[in-house]
Design a protein around this ligand. Structure first.
Ligand code: PEP
Ligand code: MG
Length: 536
């Protein structure tokens, strides 16, 4: 205990949103001051709002260009599209014509929109409310002539909420983020995790003083304000240990063998180009799962064929001759997409999801297949279909894909039909795996477990039921053994593959291809290298 410290350290609990430890002074993001302007004649107020809207749009476009990854661009594209839509500002211009000041008119126009997003039934729209609040505040700042608050690097930032645009404009080196609102599945949390910024949400930030030192534990969901010396020392040690563990794991780069010398493939799961920026293709055996739904989420318009083509092609170029497995859109369940998935699905995980949705929206599906067939020319592409339950679904996809390739060639566009595989994540498909005309199989343990146990993957109270069970291992073994007999590849890309504690049991089942989150590469390779053979 540090006896020089008179004030007891304050512990504020929240929910973990992105792991890691940060130590630094607290900075509270100040709210925008709305009422600092004088009203001028209507024509000037009109022009002031036009200028503020233009400046906001330009600022967001610049951010999107500088962010340089598809995930961030997609999030910002939603806000830019809203600003481009004249109907958002039309009521504000009407009020200005009636004599209202520009800032009040803008507030009166956008606040009801924000309220309707906040109270929407669809979680997707509720999640977008913070994007609208950000638009409101950006425009108000421009009207008030205020610059955006400049935040120095290395601080713990505390705020009510934070839109992705503010996150992307902040220098997060050695820093961390504490929010009163938000959720671990928000876009900001996804960005924080992919950029290694420790973050917690749901924290009471009322009594925080600017400048006080604080320690943010993103793993435990804890903020310790004014920590004593022992706590600081303890956390600094943990931070060093984490850095050392990462460095030690990094030494497991390149191909890996079991202790008996048998080669095992370890690939990565990605959501876009962002994760690839810091990875060396030499350290992985390829991309085992690209979840394309993240290209479709959080935007006003679905990505075009051309946009998808460019992203898929960039991934293939990154991987060289190594395989890149791109999964067609797996929207639905916990990944709703505005205008595509059904808001009235009574049980989204058992509803119109994955291939079921794609086969009902052929325009969207064919645009994706066209982008994939074009990209296939550039590298070692494999395409897989999510949520396949019966063989006919995969057969329909195969026919559609072949027709898409023919159509592209008729248009004089180079195209190639890549190997077509399936996710094995529905128990019915696992049990009858011999019936499917798939070039390869990839087991999705996240969904397989929840469907086998009839227990939601998102329900913390059912965590005991959603552990890998004998029933789940039985299905995995059945699929892997069939694939090995049939000479087709079987991989596992669900969370089980990235858990070093499960590696030996999966190798026991004959699995020889793992696909894991990039952060799990080292620990999984280390567990494979320790494997001496099946348990006696
Ligand atoms: C899975 O279900 O294990 C899987 C990899 O897919 P997702 O987590 O995207 O549903
Ligand atoms: Mg799944």
């Amino acid at each position: 205990m540090d006896h020089r410290t008179h004030r007891a350290a304050q512990r504020i609990e929240g929910r973990p949103a992105a792991p890691g430890i940060a130590l630094g002074p607290l900075v509270r993001l100040s709210a925008v001051r709305h009422d600092v302007r004088q009203r001028r004649p209507a024509a000037e107020e009109h022009q002031a709002l036009v200028d503020a809207l233009t400046a906001s749009q330009e600022g967001l476009s610049l951010l999107a260009r500088e962010a340089g990854d598809a995930e961030a661009e997609a999030i910002l594209a939603f806000q830019i599209a809203l600003l481009e839509d004249d109907s958002l500002a039309a009521p504000a211009f009407a009020k200005i014509a009636e004599g209202e000041a520009a800032h009040r008119a803008w507030g009166a126009a956008i606040d009801p929109e924000i309220a309707s997003y906040e109270t929407a039934e669809d979680p997707y729209f509720r999640g977008r409310a913070s994007d609208l609040r950000d638009l409101r505040d950006r425009v108000l700042r421009h009207l008030a002539g205020e610059a955006d608050q400049v935040v120095p690097a290395g601080v713990i930032l505390a705020a009510d909420d934070m839109p992705p645009s503010t996150f992307l404009a902040t220098d997060w080196r050695e820093g961390g983020l504490v929010l009163r609102r938000g959720s671990p599945s928000s876009h900001v949390a996804i960005l924080a995790r992919s950029r290694g910024v420790p973050m917690i949400v749901g924290a009471d930030i009322d009594r925080l003083d600017d400048g006080t030192d604080a320690l943010l534990d993103g793993d435990a969901g804890l903020l310790i304000v004014d920590p004593d010396q022992d706590t600081r020392t303890d956390y600094c040690r943990r931070r060093t240990e984490q850095a050392e563990a990462r460095a030690a794991m990094a030494s497991f780069s390149g191909p890996v063998h079991t202790a008996a010398g048998e080669p095992v493939q370890v690939m990565i799961n990605v959501t876009g180009l962002a994760e690839l920026k810091t990875l060396d293709p030499g350290d992985v055996d390829g991309i085992g799962l690209m979840r394309t739904e993240f290209l479709f989420q959080g935007r006003a318009q679905l990505p075009t064929e051309e946009e998808q083509y460019r992203i898929y092609r960039s991934m293939l170029e990154w991987a060289g001759d190594k395989p890149v497995t791109i999964r067609t859109l797996d929207a639905g369940g916990d990944k709703p997409i505005a205008g595509l998935t059904r808001a009235d699905d009574a049980n989204p995980f058992l509803g119109i999801r994955g291939v079921r949705l794609s086969l009902r929206h052929l325009d969207v599906f064919v645009a994706q297949l066209r982008a994939l067939a074009r990209a296939a020319v550039a590298g070692n592409l494999k395409v897989m279909i999510p949520m396949v339950t019966v063989p006919e679904e995969l057969d329909r996809c195969r026919v559609l894909f072949a027709q898409t390739c023919d159509q592209l060639r008729r248009e004089g566009i180079e195209a190639k039909m890549p190997p077509l595989g399936m996710m094995v994540e529905v128990p019915a498909a696992a049990l009858t795996i011999e019936d499917f005309n798939a070039n390869f199989f990839s087991i999705g343990s996240n969904d397989l477990i929840q469907y086998v146990a009839a227990a939601s993957r998102d329900e913390p109270e059912l965590a005991e039921l959603t552990r890998p069970s004998r029933a789940v291992f039985g299905l995995i073994g059945h699929v892997v053994k069939y694939a090995n007999r049939a000479g087709r590849e079987a991989s596992l890309c669900g969370g089980m593959a990235g858990d070093p504690a499960q590696v030996a049991a999966l190798l026991d089942q004959g699995l020889r291809t793992f696909s894991v989150a990039p952060g799990a590469l080292g620990p999984v390779k280390a567990a494979i290298a320790r494997y001496t053979g099946p348990a006696a």
